[in-house]
Design a binder for this molecule. Structure first.
Ligand SMILES: [Zn+2]
Length: 222
């Protein structure tokens, strides 16, 4: 079971994780793509994004990054961000800490980034505590559900448009499992949000380390 929209109560339990980005002046949305890069899907995603001058963030599995370095180069050259998604897509809840951290470090040799997203969104508190010292941990506000064989493309499209708002971090997958649904929904979602005047931006360490948006008005009133 999973939740399409991450409830606020869960977001508040892990305040150091990034669930969405507050404080943007104009409407902006953060598309993220997990589990690539793979030649069957990732180049197509890059083309779709380029058509809208959209930037996004790719949480890469180290084994894929090692196998397809040219896709890593193309992703970065197009102005997108990349993040660590472990070497072998490990489930933190089912992993001992030392091998898990070793796997993250192994991935870091392929994916140079201070962003990390745990596969399945699963980390033990002790893993989170350690990794937070080295990484910005990026979760999400909205899951498209593109990985879910039970959902139609229309279900996935509606998951996003019903739940995303300005500042939302939305999850897709550049994987074979999600490919059919992604090929249907990504062009439609890009057109939908572009028509609403949204910008599509990549997550960067600078953006994530920015102090909370409330700090600025408070300072200005002093
Ligand atoms: Zn994943």
């Amino acid at each position: 079971m999973y939740l399409v929209k991450t409830p606020r109560v869960i977001q508040k339990l892990f305040p150091n994780f990034h669930w969405k980005i507050a404080g943007a002046e104009a409407p902006v949305i953060y598309f993220t793509f997990d589990d690539g890069p793979i030649p069957q899907v990732t180049p197509w995603v890059l083309e779709q994004l380029a058509a809208y001058d959209a930037k996004a963030t790719f949480f890469c599995v180290g084994n894929n990054a090692r196998r397809y370095p040219e896709l890593m180069t193309a992703t970065l050259a197009a102005g997108h961000s990349v993040g660590n998604h472990t070497m072998r897509h490990l489930d933190g809840w089912k992993s001992e800490n030392v091998p898990y951290f070793h796997d993250v470090r192994h991935c870091a040799l392929q994916v140079k980034s201070s962003l990390f997203r745990p596969p399945y969104g699963r980390l033990k508190p002790s893993q989170a505590q350690f990794l937070q010292r080295h990484y910005e941990i990026v979760m999400w506000d909205v899951l498209s559900g593109d990985f879910d064989a039970e959902l139609t493309p229309e279900d996935c499209f509606q998951n996003v448009v019903r739940n995303a708002e300005s500042g939302s971090i939305v999850v897709f997958h550049d994987s074979l499992k999600a490919e059919d649904k992604l090929r249907d929904i990504l062009p439609r979602l890009l057109a939908h949000y572009a028509a609403l005047g949204y910008r599509f931006e990549a997550l960067t360490p600078a953006l994530l380390q920015r102090p909370a948006a409330v700090a600025l008005p408070q300072l200005l009133t002093v």
